[in-house]
Design a protein around this ligand. Structure first.
Ligand code: ZN
Length: 574
């Protein structure tokens, strides 16, 4: 073991406690805690019971605790066994993520455990949701103690100098690598430790679990992925297994490994471990295939001149609809994911595109816990009746599908370019507004082809309206909030959204709505096709604003949960 000479004496003791020979077994069913051979200085944690913020119970209430169920009845006993093993592997990802996200988590956990009984349970639950003492929803403000959140989480030494930061930013050695942790060697110099080295013991456990699942499964694509990913855990080379993940056609679909880099708030260099253990819904997949066949027709039907249409788009990105059985690591912290798009490796994307995975049961849970209560507060009583989980799912699904429709690569005065490059900082806001509006437009188009009943207009209208409030609720400082404000104000101007002073509720005019949506799609696609930055800026300036009537309405949503805290049912093979 080449890295031995870097070990500090104290660290050696810790290795003995939790080394490769004495696997870290959990006691009392408590989650396992990774203990690093390369510890940070944790003297800042101290020994005293830390204070917590006074409104902790309110902050906890913002996350509605909800059981996440999935239908496993179509799985064979072997597939259930595979699921159980994958859940165990996912738990290892959670252990790794704690180490990446929260410096000195063992010391902090000890302090939390020693808190007086009246505070302990509250703090423990919020500590668990946030994976550490910092509030992920409130800009990393500490809710326990007063330690400032380290921007680089636990990926880097906590005491870096400006010169050292510059060296990392400059990409020296492997310091900026996606799959390394940065620590100090015994001489105090920065070193990059590959995940396979830093996390050798737990990644070895995870690899063994994936191999065990691979030997059991009867699905060849899943077996190949699991074997390849097990190897990647030990070599840090994820390319081949990312490619194989794109080809999964198993009822058990798993996403496991280091993926997103948001947790590294310092540079965005380091990938965080996470896992989604899911089961595909065969009926839903079949329905999706039917929608996909209509993509060329939808593209050709867009309400823009033919020259602006893009006949080659729409097939680049496969979509899977699944139910989440278990989640862990990065994705389990804070706000819950309802859809994701992976892998991030551009080499894979060039060859195979990327895959969108929609987590249907998580979406349903958010619908029940958040969207319905918002609608009950703000949407006209007769339209609340039209809300359905199915229409929220369709809205989200066709939002994702619409990102692949309309202008992408464009030509301006003979010059080949892309919408993204021409719209620059306005691109995300405009593209998100497009995906929402075009999603509705596409559903209405497909209705005319017999895919949905007449009721779809009323159902989509109600869901769409409640969805607008859900998204602008977080403010119009970021892209999604702005995109939704654009839609609200545009539809308001067209008379598609109305407000009743007496009841204080909003409604959608179901007759005007489809026309207004089509007009918005036309306007956005035209400015995109023309790469018209000026028009994009003007649209944002005019529509991405918070009118007083909306601002006052949002104030009434204070006690409605902001997100969910999922509770997963054990898989149980018996
Ligand atoms: Zn989007």
């Amino acid at each position: 073991m080449k890295q031995i000479h870097l070990l500090l004496p104290v660290a050696l003791l810790l290795v003995a406690v939790c080394g490769a020979l004495t696997a870290c077994t959990s006691k009392d069913g408590e989650p396992e805690m990774f203990i690093s051979k390369y510890p940070q200085d944790c003297s800042w944690v101290g020994q005293e019971a830390p204070k917590n913020v006074a409104d902790l119970d309110e902050r906890l209430a913002a996350y509605a605790v909800i059981d996440i169920d999935s239908d496993l009845s179509h799985l064979t006993p072997t597939e259930l066994q595979v699921l159980e093993i994958l859940v165990a592997a996912a738990d290892v990802m959670h252990e790794l993520f704690w180490e990446q996200a929260c410096p000195c988590h063992s010391e902090l956990t000890r302090l939390v455990a020693a808190l007086p009984a009246d505070r302990k349970s509250l703090v423990e639950r919020y500590f668990d949701i946030n994976v550490g003492p910092w509030d992920r929803r409130l800009h990393w403000e500490p809710f326990l103690g007063s330690w400032p959140h380290p921007e680089g989480a636990n990926y880097y030494p906590l005491d870096m100098t400006t010169a050292e930061r510059d060296r990392i930013a400059g990409g020296e050695g492997r310091l900026a690598d996606l799959f390394t942790m940065v620590r100090r060697d015994e001489g105090g110099q920065l070193i990059a430790l590959p995940y396979s080295v830093y996390f050798a013991e737990p990644l070895g456990r995870a690899a063994a679990l994936l191999r065990e699942a691979a030997t059991l499964t009867e699905n060849a694509s899943l077996r190949r992925f699991l074997e390849s990913r097990a190897t990647a855990f030990l070599t840090d080379d994820y390319f081949e297994s990312d490619m194989l993940w794109m080809d999964l056609d198993s009822p058990v679909e798993v996403t496991i490994g280091p993926y997103e880099t948001y947790e590294d708030g310092l540079f965005g260099f380091k990938a965080a471990f996470e896992a989604f253990v899911t089961v595909a819904d065969p009926a839903e997949s079949a329905r999706l295939d039917k929608f996909k066949k209509e993509l060329p027709w939808l593209e050709s039907s867009l309400p823009i001149p033919d020259a602006y249409k893009n006949p080659n788009r729409g097939t680049e990105s496969p979509i899977r609809v699944v139910d989440e059985v278990y989640s862990a690591g990065d994705t389990r912290a804070g706000i819950q994911t309802i859809a994701f798009n992976l892998p991030n490796d551009e080499r894979v994307r060039e060859v195979k595109g990327s895959k969108k995975v929609m987590l249907r049961n998580v979406m349903n849970a958010k619908f029940q816990q958040i969207l319905v209560p918002i609608a009950r507060e703000l949407v006209a009583a007769e339209q609340v009746m039209d809300l359905s989980a199915e229409s929220f799912f369709l809205h989200t699904l066709f939002h994702e599908i619409s990102h692949g429709l309309g202008p992408g690569r464009i030509q301006i005065a003979g010059r080949q370019t892309e919408v993204r490059l021409e719209l620059k900082d306005t691109y995300s806001t405009i593209e998100e507004a497009k995906a929402d509006a075009m999603g509705e437009w596409a559903i209405f188009k497909l209705q005319s082809k017999g895919y949905f009943s007449e009721r779809i207009f009323a159902e989509q209208a109600a869901t769409y309206l409640a969805g607008l409030f859900r998204s602008v609720r977080f403010g119009i400082a970021e892209d999604h909030g702005q995109a939704n404000a654009i839609q609200f104000n545009y539809l308001w101007e067209k008379g598609a959204i109305t407000f009743d002073e007496g009841s204080g509720r909003f409604a959608i005019d179901v007759v005007v709505f489809p026309e207004a949506i089509e007009a918005l799609v036309r306007e956005i696609c035209t400015l995109q096709a023309e790469g018209n930055y000026k028009a994009a800026t003007a649209m944002i300036a005019r529509y991405a604003v918070m009118p007083p009537v909306l601002d006052a309405a949002l104030d009434r949503l204070g006690r409605i949960p902001v997100d969910i805290k999922p509770q997963f049912k054990p898989v149980g093979t018996s």
